[in-house]
Design a protein around this ligand. Structure first.
Ligand code: AMP
Length: 249
């Protein structure tokens, strides 16, 4: 079974994100970039499927600027077999990403596509669902467990207040939640080996996809600064402040 995994290059999760002075977005110049953490989980799951003999080939796909190659190399070092970069400097919104992935999937014909449940930069949580809809495939989102059973897939989903297990017919789209697995670190020999693995480069034009943004970002703002805490002298004072200052009781 061939697997395709989508890996997005995002601002590293340890970086304190700063809003640009003109409030048009967040600062990405000279900022450490890494693979979206949910996509690391997606790659790990694919690699485990290959190790278990369920998957035969893993293709890692990234869409965006030329440096997305580095993100693909990380996936290759974790165990993916080859990469595809759809290179563009244009801003890519989830619908455009889903359309591009669909075009790649039509060429590659994988049985299973694994994405992160959301990208930590835009927090959209849309691409997997849009992709499944465009392909007309089954979808198992927020997966905390995935098991292949012949031509079917059992996906345990993290839903409010518990877990839900769904049975999907392959081909299908899965999006990963945090508890699906703990991604491995790539070893140095595997990082070296990854340098020799092939990466094909395509463009939205070659795939015949219009990536024009459909949404306009009006303004990006920092969250309000938290006020310093105060020490109160008595329970009575606390109740008074909660009632009359915070107005929460
Ligand atoms: P989002 O809908 O933007 O929150 O993204 C959900 C998932 O879609 C991510 O975790 C990735 O697996 C995939 N994805 C989104 N944008 C890209 C991109 N530019 N390149 C590769 N994968 C992407």
């Amino acid at each position: 079974m061939k697997l395709l995994v989508a890996v997005k290059r995002v601002v590293d999760f340890n970086v304190k994100v700063r809003v640009k002075a003109d409030k048009s977005g967040v600062e990405t110049a000279n900022v450490k970039m890494s693979m979206n953490p949910f996509d690391e989980i997606a790659v790990e799951e694919a690699v485990r499927m290959k190790e278990a003999g369920v998957a035969s080939e893993i293709v890692a796909v990234s869409l965006g600027v030329a440096q997305c190659q580095e993100t693909i190399r990380t996936a290759l070092a974790m165990g993916a077999d080859r990469g595809i970069l759809v290179q563009t400097d244009a801003e890519l919104q989830p619908l455009a990403v889903a359309k591009l992935l669909k075009a790649v999937i039509e060429k590659e014909q994988p049985k299973l596509v694994i994405l992160g449940k959301q990208a930590i930069d835009d927090d959209c949580n849309q691409t997997g669902q849009m992709l499944a809809a465009l392909l007309g495939w089954a979808q198992g989102t927020f997966a905390s467990k995935v098991k292949v059973e012949g031509e079917q897939l059992l996906v345990t989903r993290e839903v409010d207040g518990g877990l839900e297990t769904v049975r999907l017919k392959l081909p299908a789209v899965v999006t990963t939640d945090l508890r699906l697995n703990e991604p491995r670190y790539a070893s140095l020999p595997n990082i070296m080996k990854a340098k020799k693995k092939p990466i094909d480069t395509l463009t939205p034009e070659a795939l015949g996809v219009d990536v024009t943004p459909r949404l306009v970002t009006l303004k990006v703002e920092e969250p309000p600064k938290r006020q310093a805490g105060k020490k109160v002298g008595s329970v009575q004072e606390l109740l008074d402040k909660l009632r009359n200052e915070a107005r929460v009781i």
